[in-house]
Design a protein around this ligand. Sequence first.
Ligand SMILES: CC(C)(COP(=O)(O)OP(=O)(O)OC[C@H]1O[C@@H](n2cnc3c(N)ncnc32)[C@H](O)[C@@H]1OP(=O)(O)O)[C@@H](O)C(=O)NCCC(=O)NCCS
Length: 180
Amino acid sequence: MIETDRLLVRPPVEDDRARFVELFTDEAFTVWSGGVHDVASANERFDGMLVLADAVPYAKQPVIEKDTGTIVGYSGVGTVVFEGLDRLEWGWRFVPAVRGKGYATEATKALLDLADSQGNGEMLCIIATGNNPSMRVAEKAGFHKWRTHVWDEAPGQDTQLLLRSIGAGGEPMLAPNPNG
Ligand SMILES: CC(C)(COP(=O)(O)OP(=O)(O)OC[C@H]1O[C@@H](n2cnc3c(N)ncnc32)[C@H](O)[C@@H]1OP(=O)(O)O)[C@@H](O)C(=O)NCCC(=O)NCCS
């Protein structure tokens, strides 16, 4: 459990499922993503969060607002295949009601401190071109622009690829091997 001034950040547990299904099926929460989920795919996405959190201590974590005790978003890594590498990729997402309060930056910096203490490598972050609030969070968390990329799945939307050294930096950080 990580505690900051206003937030708690901790690995997801089964009891968080209903809240994340609610969030993943909400259009306002899933803006600037691959799209809103239905209940089945929201559950699958939450299953994926639980599995990755078992292997990576800074996998996507619920962020809880201390004042209300409510899960208001997440920060941490997921995985993405890019140019043949199954990479870790950092992301963040918060409910509209709390945006603009600095929560994404506060939670992300705290979790990045944990990542920095766990190993060395190069972390990827992908942000749709035009998502300026997210670009600001990335900058404040120490990511820098690498290149622009258009994904085959979304030919109409340019994305910005950003990088940040974790620990002493090094090779691209990869998703855990499911075969150990
Ligand atoms: C992106 C997001 C996570 C940011 O969360 P947040 O808690 O509001 O972030 P912060 O308050 O820490 O920082 C937001 C920054 O963007 C800035 N910002 C807000 N609106 C902006 C805009 N329209 N253009 C440029 N910058 C903007 C804020 O001023 C702030 O920067 P500052 O500290 O220099 O003032 C949140 O807006 C969100 O969940 N958006 C929808 C989902 C999403 O886009 N996720 C990221 C996908 S890559």
